[in-house]
Design a protein around this ligand. Structure first.
Ligand SMILES: Cc1cc2nc3c(=O)[nH]c(=O)nc-3n(C[C@H](O)[C@H](O)[C@H](O)COP(=O)(O)OP(=O)(O)OC[C@H]3O[C@@H](n4cnc5c(N)ncnc54)[C@H](O)[C@@H]3O)c2cc1C
Length: 292
């Protein structure tokens, strides 16, 4: 039985105002002693419920206002700062216009309250298999900028997730920026969950496609909640690339995606159901991406 602890345990709280200060604090991190937070929508309930080891120090990133931005230009594409909230991402006109699948994914997360506080960066650093933004970001070819005491490095989102709750971030690093290139094509995100709001995905499927002269010139498929990490369905993509956008080829690709999934049985759904739903939703998402 899990016990709900109503209060936060005793811990130190710091709110740096500059990146340098945050990095200096984080540079002393060892064995999860220091824990970052942005919106806190995930980490605070987890600490209260003792679902994670209680850190000695909580570092609130919200004081570093320079991390709150969404920018776009034709050369560099889209940049989302670590403090941009899920709501800001959903409402940004450039995202509505050019990266609509990311907006759909953002709007599928929890509720308005959670969207107002929570960040997209927190959603991926959390690294749960069901993170709603992840399949869309994978399809969009997102990269993340990790910054630590030894400098900066850029990591493809594809290489960022190591397993449930585990990422490529070192203990002394924070995620500063998410970048997405300019892309030619359209996408869709479909989330399956038993409740219409405030529920995690049982299956999440993103598809991004560009069809030219009736054939797939680009196709990317992202899956959530059906493997230890969010993944791309590479075999399904290979089946579609260069092929006519016909019902039969899309159906074959959807069946391949279901094979690529490695779902588990849990209290939300059986592995078998999840696998079946991958096939159904990949078909639907690819059709939607083409139609958009
Ligand atoms: C009621 C409820 C419903 C929810 N529903 C959904 C849902 O439908 N879909 C979904 O995907 N999620 C859902 N969540 C989970 C959560 O709200 C999201 O994952 C949210 O995006 C987390 O963002 P945050 O800024 O609040 O993260 P935080 O809680 O602040 O942090 C989450 C994790 O990321 C780390 N972190 C945060 N920012 C950084 C950074 N810049 N660099 C390095 N590490 C960082 C923290 O240390 C922590 O481990 C739900 C949560 C609640 C409480």
């Amino acid at each position: 039985m899990s016990i709900f602890y109503r209060r936060l345990p005793k811990l130190d709280y710091v709110k740096p105002r500059q990146m340098d200060e945050a990095l200096r604090i984080l540079g002393e991190n060892q064995d999860g002693r220091i824990r970052l937070y942005a919106g806190g929508t995930d980490v605070i309930p987890k600490i209260k419920e003792r679902l994670m080891p209680v850190p000695e120090v909580l570092v609130d990133l919200k004081g570093i206002t320079e991390l709150n931005y969404i920018t776009h230009n034709d050369k560099e594409g889209l940049h989302i700062g670590a403090l941009a909230s899920i709501s800001q991402v959903a409402q940004a006109s450039v995202i509505k216009e050019k990266y609509a699948m990311l907006r759909e994914a953002a709007l599928s997360i929890a509720s308005t309250q959670v969207q107002n506080r929570g960040t997209i960066a927190g959603n991926i650093c959390n690294a749960v298999p069901s993170a709603d933004s992840a399949p869309a970001l994978l399809c969009l070819g997102a990269k993340v900028l990790c910054v630590g005491k030894n400098g900066e490095r850029t990591v493809d989102l594809d290489d960022f997730f190591f397993g449930p709750g585990k990422t490529a971030l070192a203990e002394d690093e924070l995620l500063k920026d998410i970048s997405i290139p300019n892309l030619d094509g359209k996408g869709a995100y479909i989330k399956l969950s038993p409740r219409s709001r405030m529920d995690l995905a049982v299956v999440g499927v993103a598809a991004f496609a560009k069809v030219e002269k009736g054939a797939f010139k680009d196709i990317r498929i992202g899956l959530g909640a059906v493997a230890p990490t969010p993944i791309r369905a590479r075999e399904a993509e290979k089946r579609l690339m260069g092929e006519p956008a016909s019902e039969s080829v899309i159906s074959e690709a959807a069946a391949l995606a279901a094979k690529e999934a490695k779902p588990i049985d849990d209290h939300r759904a059986s592995a078998e159901y999840r696998r079946m739903m991958v096939e159904v939703l990949v078909k639907r998402a690819v059709h939607q991406a083409i139609a958009n």
